[in-house]
Design a protein around this ligand. Structure first.
Ligand SMILES: Nc1ncnc2c1ncn2[C@@H]1O[C@H](COP(=O)(O)OP(=O)(O)O)[C@@H](O)[C@H]1O
Ligand SMILES: CC(=O)N[C@@H](CCC(=O)OP(=O)(O)O)C(=O)O
Length: 287
């Protein structure tokens, strides 16, 4: 008796929550949302399952997710196994041709396919590709001595639009192609920003392993301006892997993306929380 009462109470609460989400679901109707899934945010099978369910739920609500993933920790593990040393400069991996081979193997292989399988396992229709497919991301060599790290100079988004329009969820590995057919290693955040700009996405969500961009006291800044980003970067408060994220956010806004959110992807239902509730997760940078 007690059990059925509790069940009824829970069901009523669930129905009310679903109903309360309606205005937000309507607000995002038909929107293209680019979601960068960082390697650190894919740390557990539970986090992957929750992420995959969120993607299928979004698509079910006529919101069009496009996933661009990272996989830094998985690349590190493989490089270590192969005894290939590796180093980062301002959040970007110095990439010899040998390193790029490993990056491509790990990202386009295991990492990409595990996301595709997780989504399809929840009833979605995900298709995996990399920035090399259909010349999606054409790159030039990035400045500095980073080797085969690419900066996107052109985005051929047609293949992504085709997949979206056919009801698929694109899952994109951050590799790029050079004008002479070279393969470039592209930082996942940079790739997500370029693709979001190329699609003129409504939103870009950068999912990572911290609750947002923190100030010098360690407090998360819920709203962030371009001035704050440059000030915090100059002071070294924004450092390492957060540098490509904040830079990507500013570039994406300049390219026509309406809002970028940097948030914790390890939280259960992180994307639903951000899009379907009035609770703003993480740090938002707006146009
Ligand atoms: N000001 C800051 N606020 C929050 N995180 C920061 C900041 N500066 C540097 N970081 C670091 O950036 C990391 C996120 O970048 P990264 O490790 O590349 O993540 P991902 O693998 O998700 O792309 C955080 O775990 C944190 O250590
Ligand atoms: C140039 C560069 O740094 N490329 C990244 C690509 C993967 C990535 O960005 O992974 P996360 O999102 O998990 O950090 C790398 O080699 O690690």
């Amino acid at each position: 008796m007690e059990k059925s009462k509790a069940m009824k109470r829970d069901s009523i609460a669930t129905a009310r929550l679903l109903s309360e989400a309606l205005p937000n679901i309507q607000r995002h109707d038909g929107a293209i949302i680019v979601i960068k899934l960082g390697g650190h945010a894919m740390s557990s099978p539970e986090a992957m399952k929750s992420f995959a369910r969120d993607m299928v739920m979004l698509r079910q609500c006529n919101i069009k997710p496009v996933i661009v993933h990272g996989g830094g920790p998985m690349i590190n593990a493989m490089l270590e196994k192969l005894e290939i040393p590796t180093e980062f400069v301002n959040g970007k991996r110095i990439s010899t041709p040998e390193t790029v081979d490993v990056v491509e193997m790990v990202l386009s292989g295991k990492v990409n396919k595990s996301i595709v399988s997780a989504i399809n396992g929840q009833g979605g229709r995900a298709v995996g590709l990399s920035g090399k497919d259909a010349n999606l991301l054409v790159c030039e060599q990035a400045a500095g001595d980073l080797g085969m790290v690419g900066d996107p100079v052109a985005v051929n988004a047609k293949v992504v639009f085709s997949l979206i329009e056919s009801g698929f969820i694109p899952v994109i590995a951050p590799l790029g192609t050079g004008k002479n057919g070279e393969t470039f290693n592209v930082n996942g955040d940079t790739a997500a920003g370029a693709i979001a700009g190329g699609l003129k996405a409504n939103r870009l969500l950068l999912l990572t392993d911290v609750s947002g961009v923190k100030d010098a006291d360690g407090d998360v800044l819920t709203n962030l301006s371009a001035e704050q980003v440059s000030d915090l970067t100059d002071k070294g408060v924004i450092s390492g892997g957060m540098i490509p994220k904040t830079q990507t956010a500013l570039d994406a806004i300049n390219d026509g993306v309406r809002a970028v959110v940097i948030m914790d992807g390890r939280m259960a239902n992180a994307c639903l929380l951000e899009l379907f509730t009035d609770y703003g997760a993480g740090s938002m940078i707006r146009a």
